[in-house]
Design a protein. Structure first.
Length: 236
C-alpha cells in the first residue's frame, strides 16, 4: 500500500456502497445502507449527522477496525476486506492514526509510554525503539506537554489527555488520521485548544483527516463537510 499523501490520482480513503447492520437479539438493525465517501490525500473532512446515524460505525470501517457487510472500503486504492488479519493490523498501526472521544490512555503507563505505544506494534530494534521514543517526546513538546512526560494520565486534565491522544495518533506518522468527536468531552475553550493542535499537526504534515463531530466549530475548520443520514451520505 502506498501511503504517500501526494499521490493525488488515488483517494486516500474511499467507501463505495458500504452497508453495515448489527444483530440485536432477534432483530437486525441496519446502520449504513449504501454509504459513499471519497477523501483526497491531505484533505480534511467533517462527517456530521444525528446521534445514532452511524458516524462512528463509518469511521471504524474506514479505519480497518471492522469490515462492511457489503460494499468496498479502500485505503490508497487497496480493499480492506481483501486483507488478511495480520495485514490489516499492520495497516492500522502504520497508515492510520485514531483519536477517540474518551482518550483510551493506559493509566498504568506514563504519558511518554502512552504516546510511544503504537510504535511498539511495528518491527523495531533497540535503535529504532529509541528513535520512536524521541519522536513521541517531540510530539508531546509540540502539543505543549513536554513538562508532563513522566506523569500518568490520571494526573492530567481532560484537555491534556486528549492532547496526549493526538500525539499518540501521530507517532507512527500515519497518512490518515481519524478522529471521533475529539472535543466532545471538553469545554469550549479547551476544545478549541485541542482542535488547534489536531489540525495544526495534521495539516503541517500533510495528513488526511476525517473528523466525526456534532460541533459546528469543528466542521467549519475542515475543508469539506458531509452529512450521514438514513444510512447514506448527503450534501451538508
Amino acid at each position: 500500500m502506498s501511503s504517500a499523501p501526494n499521490s493525488r490520482a488515488v483517494p486516500a480513503v474511499e467507501a463505495l456502497g458500504v452497508r453495515k447492520s448489527y444483530a440485536i437479539g432477534c432483530k437486525v438493525l441496519p446502520v449504513l445502507r449504501g454509504a459513499d465517501l471519497s477523501v483526497a490525500p491531505g484533505e480534511t473532512v467533517a462527517v456530521i449527522g444525528a446521534s445514532g446515524a452511524g458516524k462512528s460505525t463509518l469511521l471504524h470501517l474506514l479505519g480497518a477496525l471492522d469490515t462492511p457487510d457489503a460494499g468496498t472500503v479502500r485505503l490508497f486504492g487497496e480493499d480492506i476486506a481483501g486483507m488478511g488479519h495480520s495485514r490489516r493490523a499492520r495497516v492500522r498501526a502504520s497508515v492510520i492514526g485514531f483519536v477517540f472521544q474518551s482518550y483510551h490512555l493506559l493509566p498504568e503507563m506514563d504519558v511518554l509510554e502512552n504516546v510511544a505505544l503504537p510504535a511498539m506494534a511495528l518491527p523495531f530494534t533497540s535503535r529504532i525503539r529509541a528513535r520512536r521514543r524521541a519522536a513521541a517526546a517531540e510530539l508531546l513538546e509540540r502539543v505543549g506537554l513536554a513538562d508532563r512526560i513522566g506523569h500518568t494520565p490520571l494526573e492530567l486534565s481532560g484537555g491534556e489527555q486528549q492532547r496526549v491522544a493526538i500525539a499518540r495518533a501521530l507517532v507512527n506518522e500515519p497518512s490518515v488520521v481519524l478522529a471521533d468527536e475529539p472535543t466532545g468531552n471538553l469545554d469550549d475553550e479547551t476544545g478549541a485548544q485541542v482542535l488547534s493542535h489536531l489540525f495544526g499537526l495534521a495539516r503541517g504534515r500533510g495528513r488526511t483527516l476525517i473528523v466525526v463531530t456534532h460541533s459546528e466549530k469543528v466542521a467549519a475548520a475542515c475543508d469539506r463537510r458531509v452529512r450521514l443520514a438514513e444510512g447514506c451520505m448527503r450534501p451538508a
